[in-house]
Design a protein around this ligand. Structure first.
Ligand code: ATP
Ligand code: MG
Length: 631
C-alpha cells in the first residue's frame, strides 16, 4: 500500500529532522553552518533564491513562484529585490510592514500562502533550518542568550551579528532552570508549521469592538497568577498571540486596513522597532516578516487620512496588479479550473483565450498613441507580432501608465461565470460562445460595475467575439485542407518562383513538359489581391519580397512561410478563398450527400485528433462557422 509507505517515510523524516543539544553544542553547528543563524527575512529571501532565478530579457524570473503565479513578473521582481532582498541584508526595511496592494482576486492571498507553505518546507531543509531555545513558546533565537556586551566578541569569532534581546520569560528561565549557565541552555531544531503554530501565523480582524490586542501579543494567564504571585511574572503570561507564534517566520495580516484605527496604531507602534510590548514586560524582540494585504480603495482612504501619516511611513507598499497578458490569463484559468469541481468538463479550444481577451481588455487603459487601439495593445502586451510595432514600442506603452492593471474584471468572476454556465445548462462541453454569453449575462449581477463600465464591457465582449469568429473560421478552414502547412508552403514556393522570374525578366520552365513559360500573372495577382495590392503597386511589392529574400540569404537565414507577415496573410487568404465555397456548402447543408458527409467526418476527426476538440465541440464549431460564412 503506497500511502502507508509514504506515511512511514514521513515519520522517519520527522525523526531525522529532530535535533537537540546544549547551547555549547549549538555553537558547533553554527561554526560549520553560520547560515542557520540568519534572520527570518534573510531565510525567506534565500528560500526564493535557492529555488532558482533565471534572467529573461533583463527580467528576473523566480522559479519559486512558477506554476502558481502568472504574468506578475514585474511586480514579483520589485517585491523580491526591493523588499525581500534589502530586508535580508538587515536594512531598515525589514522593520516595516509589507503591504501588498492590489485589486480583488489578483493573487495577493495566493502569493502570501506560497510564502507561508514555502517557508514550512524550507525549514525542513539544511539551508533553511531553524534552531530555538527549547521549551520557549516563541521559539526564541538561542543567540539572544549572549549578553549585549559580548556580542562584538561573538561577531569577531563567528562573523554573525546578533539582533534583539532575550525575552523576559527566557531571562527568568536562564536564572531559575539553568542557574545562569548559558552554555547549558537546551536548544532544539524546530520545523515551522502554521498548523502547530510555529513560526507561521495569520491574523484577521474581527469585530472592532471585541477585537483584543491579546490576539496579537498574548495575555495574562489568570489561572497561574496565584501560583507565581504576580502579574509581572512572565510565567503567568501566555505568549500565544499571533506575533509571538510567528516569531522566526512570517505573519500574514489579513485585511489590515479594515482593522480599527486605534488597534492599528497599537500594532504599528509594537512593530516599529522590531520588538513589541506584551503585558507588563520589557520589549520583546520579534524576528518575523509581517505581510498584510489590502485593495486600492481602502489604501487610498487610509493615506488620505492625515492621522495616518506616521503609520504610513512604517509600511512598505508593493502593488500587485492584475496580469495583463492573455496567454498568462489563460494559464490562471486553467489552474483555477483544475482546482475546482468543474475540472472534468470539456472546455473547447480557445474558450479560455477568448474569455481572457475580454478580461484583459477591461484592465487596459487607452493608449495615448492614436495608432494603438485596445486590441493591438493587448496583442503587443502578449508578445505577439503586430505589423509596424517593435518590442521597444511595447516598453513605451507600458511606461504610459504606472498604475495599469489595478481595475477591471477579476479571474474569479470569469471562473464563476464558466461554472454557472455549466451548472445551469448541465453542459458537458463549453465553448467560447457559451463563456462570452455567460459573462455577458453576469454583468448585470456584478455588484460594482458602473453604467459606463457596463457599456465599455459590452463593447469588449463584441471585440472578443470578433476575434473568436476569425479564429473559428481559420481553424475550420485549416482542418479542411489535408495538410495546411504543406499547401501553404507549396503555394508560396510557386508564387516566389513566379515573382523571381517576373522581376528578373526570365522565363520559367514547366516541370512536366520542360517548356518555357511566362510568369503566371493570374496566379500572382490572385494572391496579391487578397491583401489589397493594386495593379500599380504590384511591382514594388514583388521587388520588396525579393529584397527580403536576398537579405535573408546574406544572413544565412532561410526565407520561409513565416518570414513576411503580409505575404503570409495573402497566402492564407488565397487558400481560404479557394476553399470557402467547399467549406460553406459542406458545413451548412441540412442534407449532406455522401461525399459531403465523408468530408465533414474527416474534418471532425482532424479537429478532435489534432486540435483538442471533442466530437460535440467540433460539431458546434462547424455549425457556427457555416453560419458565419453564409452571412
Ligand atoms: N496572477 C495570478 N497568477 C495566478 N493565479 C492568480 C493570479 N491572479 C489571480 N489568481 C487566482 O485567482 C484566485 C483569487 O486569487 P487570490 O485569492 O490570491 O486573490 P486576492 O488578491 O487575495 O483577492 P482578495 O482581494 O479578494 O482577497 C486564486 O485562485 C488565484 O490562484
Ligand atoms: Mg485575499
Amino acid at each position: 500500500m503506497e500511502i502507508l509507505n509514504k506515511i512511514q517515510m514521513h515519520r522517519e523524516e520527522e525523526g531525522r529532522l529532530k535535533w537537540e543539544g546544549t547551547f555549547a553544542e549549538y555553537l558547533d553547528i553554527l561554526r560549520e553552518r553560520p547560515e542557520v543563524a540568519q534572520t527570518a527575512h534573510s531565510r525567506i529571501y534565500n528560500m526564493i533564491k535557492d529555488a532558482g532565478v533565471e534572467e529573461v530579457d533583463g527580467q528576473k524570473r523566480y522559479k519559486f513562484f512558477e506554476n502558481q503565479i502568472f504574468g506578475l513578473e514585474d511586480a514579483l521582481e520589485r517585491l523580491v529585490e526591493e523588499y525581500f532582498h534589502s530586508a535580508a541584508r538587515r536594512l531598515d526595511v525589514k522593520k516595516r510592514i509589507l503591504l501588498l496592494m492590489g485589486p480583488v482576486s489578483g493573487g495577493k492571498s495566493t502569493l502570501v500562502t506560497m510564502l507561508k507553505r514555502g517557508l514550512e518546507e524550507y525549514s525542513r531543509t539544511d539551508r533553511g533550518a531553524v534552531y530555538a531555545i527549547k521549551g520557549c513558546p516563541m521559539h526564541e533565537d538561542p543567540l539572544h542568550l549572549i549578553p549585549h556586551h559580548m556580542r562584538s566578541d561573538f561577531y569577531d569569532e563567528f562573523g554573525i551579528r546578533i539582533e534583539g534581546s532575550l525575552s523576559p520569560l527566557n531571562v527568568m528561565r536562564l536564572e531559575k532552570e539553568y542557574g545562569g549557565k548559558i552554555e547549558d541552555v537546551m536548544v532544539e531544531r524546530v520545523v515551522l508549521s502554521e498548523d502547530k503554530r510555529v513560526g507561521v501565523g495569520t491574523f484577521s480582524p474581527s469585530d472592532p469592538k471585541s477585537q483584543d490586542i491579546a490576539d496579537l501579543t498574548g495575555s495574562i494567564d489568570f489561572s497561574t497568577i496565584a501560583e507565581y504571585g504576580s502579574e509581572s511574572d512572565p510565567r503567568a503570561y501566555r505568549f500565544d498571540g499571533e506575533l509571538n507564534k510567528a516569531n522566526r517566520g512570517i505573519m500574514e495580516f489579513q485585511e489590515m486596513l479594515k482593522c480599527d484605527e486605534k488597534f492599528l496604531w497599537h500594532l504599528l507602534s509594537l512593530t516599529q522597532e522590531g520588538n513589541f510590548k506584551a503585558g507588563r514586560f520589557a520589549l520583546i524582540s520579534a524576528d518575523e516578516m509581517i505581510v498584510a494585504h489590502t485593495n486600492e480603495a481602502e489604501y487610498k482612504s487610509f493615506i488620505s487620512n492625515k492621522k495616518n501619516e506616521a503609520l504610513h511611513s512604517r509600511i512598505i507598499v508593493m502593488p500587485i496588479p492584475y496580469n495583463l497578458r492573455v496567454s498568462e490569463e489563460e494559464r490562471i484559468y486553467e489552474k483555477m479550473i483544475k482546482e475546482s469541481d468543474i475540472g472534468d468538463v470539456h472546455i473547447a479550444p480557445h474558450a479560455l483565450k477568448i474569455a481572457a481577451i475580454f478580461t484583459i481588455l477591461t484592465r487596459l487603459k487607452d493608449s495615448q498613441n492614436g495608432s494603438v487601439d485596445a486590441l493591438k495593445k493587448l496583442k503587443l502586451y502578449d508578445g505577439q507580432n503586430v505589423e509596424g510595432f517593435s518590442s521597444q514600442d511595447v516598453e513605451e506603452l507600458k511606461k504610459e501608465y504606472a498604475d495599469e492593471g489595478m481595475e477591471g474584471i477579476d479571474p474569479r468572476y470569469v471562473i464563476n461565470r464558466i461554472s454557472s454556465a455549466i451548472i445551469r445548462k448541465e453542459l458537458t462541453t463549453v465553448n467560447a460562445l457559451d463563456v462570452l454569453r455567460s459573462i455577458k449575462d453576469g454583468l448585470d449581477q456584478h455588484a460594482s460595475i458602473s453604467k459606463e463600465d457596463r457599456e465599455r464591457y459590452l463593447n469588449f465582449i463584441s471585440v472578443a467575439r470578433k476575434e473568436y469568429d476569425e479564429i473559428a473560421k481559420k481553424e475550420v478552414q485549416k482542418a479542411f485542407v489535408y495538410s495546411y502547412e504543406e499547401s501553404a508552403k507549396t503555394l508560396m514556393d510557386n508564387y516566389l518562383d513566379n515573382v523571381e522570374a517576373y522581376c528578373n525578366k526570365n522565363k520559367l520552365r514547366d516541370p512536366l513538359t520542360g517548356e518555357e513559360m511566362n510568369p503566371d500573372e493570374k496566379l500572382m495577382r490572385s494572391i496579391e489581391e487578397q491583401i489589397g495590392i493594386s495593379e500599380n503597386a504590384k511591382k514594388a511589392f514583388r521587388e520588396e519580397i525579393l529584397i527580403r529574400i536576398s537579405a535573408y540569404a546574406r544572413k544565412g537565414k532561410k526565407f520561409d512561410y513565416n518570414s513576411h507577415e503580409r505575404l503570409r496573410e495573402a497566402i492564407q487568404k488565397k487558400l481560404f478563398a479557394d476553399l470557402k465555397d467547399v467549406v460553406k456548402i459542406t458545413t451548412s447543408t441540412k442534407t449532406p450527400d455522401e461525399n459531403q458527409l465523408k468530408k465533414v467526418n474527416e474534418v471532425i476527426a482532424r479537429l478532435v485528433d489534432e486540435h483538442g476538440y471533442n466530437t460535440a465541440s467540433a460539431n458546434d464549431l462547424l455549425k457556427y462557422v457555416g453560419s458565419l460564412l453564409n452571412r
